[in-house]
Design a protein around this ligand. Structure first.
Ligand code: PEP
Ligand code: MN
Length: 353
């Protein structure tokens, strides 16, 4: 190589560094603009402005680069800057803002405020009043305050029991009042919302609806506590962003629920991702509980898994209980019978932290 060649390369190296510096200067300004856009809740993407900027750049193009290549380069710059704005906004999520006080309420209800893990228990589905009465009585004897029960059941097969619907909510509400229990039930359709608000204290959004963004927005406009379950194939970040959908609309009464994710493992119904608990606790200011029933699909390992969840920092446990699981119309393999439930409660009596 002759000396001139090396010198040219050195010049290119210098230009690369200069371009990088200019790109970073640009991003610095973009960041300021994105903060202003955030404040005024303006969309980041402004196609008209992009067209104008591109036209202005092309007008000034008097070099060797043909316009179509200049256009390509600047399109990439615009796109990456737009992505930068998104990343900048994600860093400032409402639910990851540790100094935000608006989450106090939900912590008083479910979170770190209490020493004992919060227990949400009840049958997979509300099947009849007699069964639910038995479960509620069991809960009361064990000092459990939250009664779950599905009225609308998202079932894999359309031929399976779909829940009692409104009748189920009425039973849940009646038994909840009788035993002074907080009721938790899943909403699967935005059109049921008004009716559910009459009967239910905590709305559950199930795994299959974790990214039903319109549903998330709708419950976000209310104040009712929402228990959001992790989608079966959702990453932790997607889970966090789904919760942000609710928070950004104003509702800060959000409780997260880890319920396992789909993997190749078949010994359990899902794979309980225990690592999500400390990660969520570290990165967000939301309480999180673990559903030991749907994550396992079996009950013989309920006790060690519940203990593991609590040891990992979970604020509570959700578990399915049925007076006679073998007769249950859904999830019969994973629902605890009253004896098994008592044993679980006993094993969780001491929190080792
Ligand atoms: C449930 O808790 O009733 C339920 C259907 O769970 P998931 O949405 O986690 O499958
Ligand atoms: Mn179930």
């Amino acid at each position: 190589m002759n000396e001139n060649f090396l010198e040219l390369r050195n010049k290119i190296d210098k230009i690369n560094i200069d371009i990088l510096k200019l790109l970073n200067d640009r991003v610095e300004l973009v960041k300021e603009i994105s903060d202003i856009k955030d404040e005024f809740k303006v969309d980041f993407f402004d196609p008209i402005r992009e067209q104008e900027m591109l036209a202005m750049v092309l007008k000034h193009n008097s070099g060797l680069l043909p316009n179509e290549l200049v256009k390509e380069i600047f399109t990439v710059i615009f796109q990456t800057n737009l992505r930068f704005m998104g990343m900048n906004r994600e860093k400032k999520l409402i639910i990851t803002n540790k100094v935000d006080n608006s989450f106090k309420n939900i912590h008083q209800m479910f979170g770190i405020a209490g020493k004992e893990p919060v227990i949400i228990a009840g049958p997979c589905a509300v099947e009849n009043e007699e069964y639910l009465d038995k479960v509620a009585s069991l809960l009361t004897q064990n000092n459990v305050k939250l009664l779950r029960g599905g009225a609308y059941k998202p079932r894999t097969s359309p031929y399976d029991f779909q829940g009692l619907g409104k009748e189920g909510m009425k039973i849940l509400s009646k038994i909840g009042k009788k035993y002074n229990l907080v009721t938790v039930s899943e909403i699967v359709d935005i059109r049921d919302l008004d009716e559910m608000l009459k009967y239910i204290d905590v709305l559950q959004i199930g795994a299959r609806n974790m990214q039903n963004f319109e549903l998330l927005k709708e419950v976000g406009r209310l104040n009712i506590p929402v228990m959001l379950k992790r989608g079966m194939s959702a990453t932790i970040q997607e889970f966090i962003l789904a919760a942000e959908y609710i928070a950004v609309q104003g509702n800060r009464n959000i409780l997260l629920c880890e319920r396992g994710i789909r993997t190749f493992e078949t010994k359990t119904r899902n794979t309980l991702d225990i690592s999500s608990i400390p990660i969520i606790k570290k990165e967000t200011n939301l309480p999180i509980i673990v559903d030991i029933s749907h994550s396992l699909g079996r009950k013989d390992i309920a006790v060690p898994i519940a203990k593991a969840a609590v040891a990992a920092g979970a604020d509570g446990i959700m578990v399915e209980v049925h007076p006679q699981p073998e007769l249950a119309l859904s999830d019969s393999k994973q629902q605890l019978n009253p004896e098994e439930f008592k044993e679980l409660m006993h094993s969780l009596a001491v929190r080792n932290d």
